[in-house]
Design a protein around this ligand. Structure first.
Ligand SMILES: Cc1cc2nc3c(=O)[nH]c(=O)nc-3n(C[C@H](O)[C@H](O)[C@H](O)COP(=O)(O)O)c2cc1C
Length: 205
């Protein structure tokens, strides 16, 4: 009998790479915990027309997400750029395709967390994280943010919130993820991995 290692799905959308960098940091935090893996996946672009606009497999970066990646995860880290204080449409589009999982309670009692990038410091990162939290609660997931035991929350002058890690990418989108943001993302990954492992038995009852 093959034993499948549990994984946290790190699912993100990123147009210019800032959210992807945070996703990679969160994944490294997950991988620092034994007995669980990170599975990085991204949401594909959406189009205003019905034509196929891209290949099924991306040229580079993480594979596109499939419903089964979400169905079988032990936990979820969901990432989106801030768009008008809200999650980006491609991620919402994917979430809107998950009603079968909702009907079957596939995500109930699994932990979830969220992360975001925005160009400006006060440009709506927290509201974006909250828009991402809402569908996860509908799915019965248990939301976990970043506690203040991650002391970078008190020190950061860029991104980082107790609702989830954020990154301020700047006017031209070329700010690197700074040390505080990086450590917060790592801590968030570690936390969601530990929670996922500890909550696994809940699903077996
Ligand atoms: C349609 C659109 C709306 C945006 N809305 C906001 C916003 O409300 N606040 C903000 O600070 N940045 C906003 N941005 C900038 C992005 O959040 C920012 O460039 C982010 O770092 C992009 O992430 P990515 O590199 O992962 O694509 C917006 C960008 C686009 C394209």
């Amino acid at each position: 009998m093959s034993v499948i290692t549990p994984y946290v799905l790190v699912l993100y959308y990123s147009r210019h790479g800032a959210t992807q960098t945070l996703a990679e940091q969160i994944a490294s935090g997950i991988e620092s915990v034994g007995g669980i893996e990170a599975r990085l996946r991204r949401a594909p672009e959406v189009s205003t027309t019905c034509e196929q606009t891209q290949a099924e497999i991306p040229d580079s970066g993480a594979m596109y997400v499939e419903l089964d990646d979400l169905r079988h995860c032990a936990g979820l880290a969901l990432g989106s750029p801030t768009r008008f204080g809200n999650m980006a449409a491609p991620l919402k589009y994917f979430l809107d395709s998950t009603s079968e999982l909702w009907m079957n309670g596939a995500l109930i009692d699994k932990p979830a967390t969220a992360f975001s990038a925005s160009s400006s410091l006060h440009g709506g990162q927290e509201t974006t994280l909250i828009t991402m939290l809402i569908p996860l609660l509908h799915h019965g997931m248990v939301y976990a943010g970043v506690p203040y035991s991650a002391t970078e929350l008190l020190e950061t002058t860029q991104g980082g919130t107790p609702y989830g890690t954020t990154h301020v990418s700047g006017k031209r989108g070329d700010n690197d993820v700074d040390q505080h943001e990086c450590r917060l993302a790592h801590a968030q990954g570690k936390r969601i991995a530990r929670l996922a492992l500890s909550m696994l038995p809940l699903r077996e009852k």
